[in-house]
Ligand binder design. Structure first.
Ligand SMILES: [Zn+2]
Length: 396
């Protein structure tokens, strides 16, 4: 089944044709009307009720066509302006938050997520090692002043996650005018220090995008992770993060559950974020998620949760035929580059579909144990596609 994804026009997305989301939506659907001034932030592929995919041939929603809810949600993100600083609750907390405050927490599911960069991608992920945070607080005196002598002293003495929590909490709950003054002082008088910490451009950008927002100060607490295309991060429950810039594919448990606390005009739940976050400082290099290779053509990103895994299929133009082994779970494949004829079994018998940039194909359970990628007449380029599926690799 060929699908059309659901495009989300959040204001942080890249605008017009510069957005990969818009490019893919146009390639997928000739009737898609591009507006140069509109932001195209996300494309959703799956059965989530906030943006269910449509079956091209029949116009039916995917969940009705396959009569089931997929455990994962697959997306493309195109980030121009930072997304909020956030965590996703674990399953248990998600159920409680949804029960207590259903209008804010609309979903009762957890939301571990995997982000795989399509372009150079910048994100804040988890706390820095405590020694590095102390160095930052010492170096940027306005920050130290805002936290207060006593807590800074305690952090120096004990260097533990409880003191870190206290410092971060006082910061996140500080008076808005004091935060704005602190940011202004750093922006004006600490250019050299920002530069030598490789923070100047990112500080300037998010301080301009979110003037006076406490989230900007998180740069001194959280790891700045710079990913190259193909590199990934995995965000488990209560790992604090914010995507800052770039384009990626993202896969997650089927949920939209977010606790936000900065860099956002949306509802902030600082109290809940402070309570939920893991205050375990680790270096940025530990935050990259390393995939493994099945063969020359396929890499697997299999996180430590059952809800989802992502395969990256990359077939060189010189290869005529490739057989990919799959298990009997419904999967979704998004093609990014190249053209291939995909041969697969469906409940109506064998089928051949030509896929190219922007094609989204639902691979049914009947397709197992393998699908074939064939080289047609016009299939000159290297082929690249991502497949989201249930994490059966974890059970293997
Ligand atoms: Zn997130």
């Amino acid at each position: 089944m060929e699908l059309t994804g659901w495009v989300k026009n959040y204001e942080w997305g890249k605008t017009g044709i510069s957005s990969a989301v818009a490019q893919l939506a146009m390639a997928n659907d000739p009737d898609f009307i591009l507006n140069d001034n509109e932001s195209y932030a996300e494309m959703w592929m799956g059965t989530h009720f906030c943006g269910v995919s449509i079956v091209k041939e029949t116009g039916e929603t995917l969940d009705r066509a396959i009569k089931l809810q997929l455990p994962y949600l697959f997306k493309v993100l195109s980030v121009k302006k930072a997304l909020s600083i956030q965590v996703h609750p674990n399953k248990c907390e998600a159920e409680r938050l949804h029960k207590e405050r259903p209008t804010i927490y609309k979903d009762d599911n957890h939301k571990p997520e995997m982000c795989i960069a399509l372009t150079p991608f910048l994100a804040l992920v988890g706390f820095q090692p405590i020694d590095d945070i102390i160095d930052n607080i010492d170096e940027f005196q306005p920050l130290s002043k805002l936290i207060g002598k006593e807590l800074v002293h305690q952090l120096h003495q004990k260097r533990d996650s409880e003191c870190l929590k206290n410092c971060y909490e006082i910061l996140m709950k500080s008076d808005e005018t004091k935060i704005a003054a602190c940011l202004k002082e750093i922006a004006t008088n600490y250019k050299k220090e920002l530069e030598s910490n490789e923070l100047l451009s990112v500080f300037t950008k998010i301080n301009e995008d979110f003037p006076g927002d406490v989230g900007v100060l998180s740069l001194f607490f959280l790891n700045l992770v710079r990913m190259q295309p193909g590199q990934a991060i995995f965000l488990g429950a209560n790992e604090i993060h914010a995507y800052l810039d770039g384009e990626c594919v993202e896969c997650m448990a089927c949920s939209d559950n977010v606790i936000r606390a900065g860099l956002t005009p949306k509802y902030k739940d600082v109290e809940q974020l402070i309570a939920s976050v893991i205050y375990d400082g680790k270096p940025a290099r530990c935050k990259l998620f390393i995939p493994y290779r099945i063969d020359d053509f396929v890499q697997v990103f299999a996180p430590p949760v059952n809800d989802f895994a992502v395969m990256h299929v990359a077939i060189r133009h010189t290869v005529d035929k490739y057989k990919l082994e799959i298990k009997a779970y419904g999967s979704i494949m998004l093609t990014l580059t190249g053209v291939r004829i995909v041969k697969l079994n469906t409940k109506d018998g064998p089928k051949e579909i030509t896929v190219s940039r922007g094609s989204i194909v639902y691979i049914p359970v009947e397709a197992a144990p393998e699908i074939e990628f064939l080289h047609g007449e016009d299939c000159g380029d290297d082929f690249s596609a991502y497949i989201a599926t249930y994490n059966y690799f974890r059970l293997a």
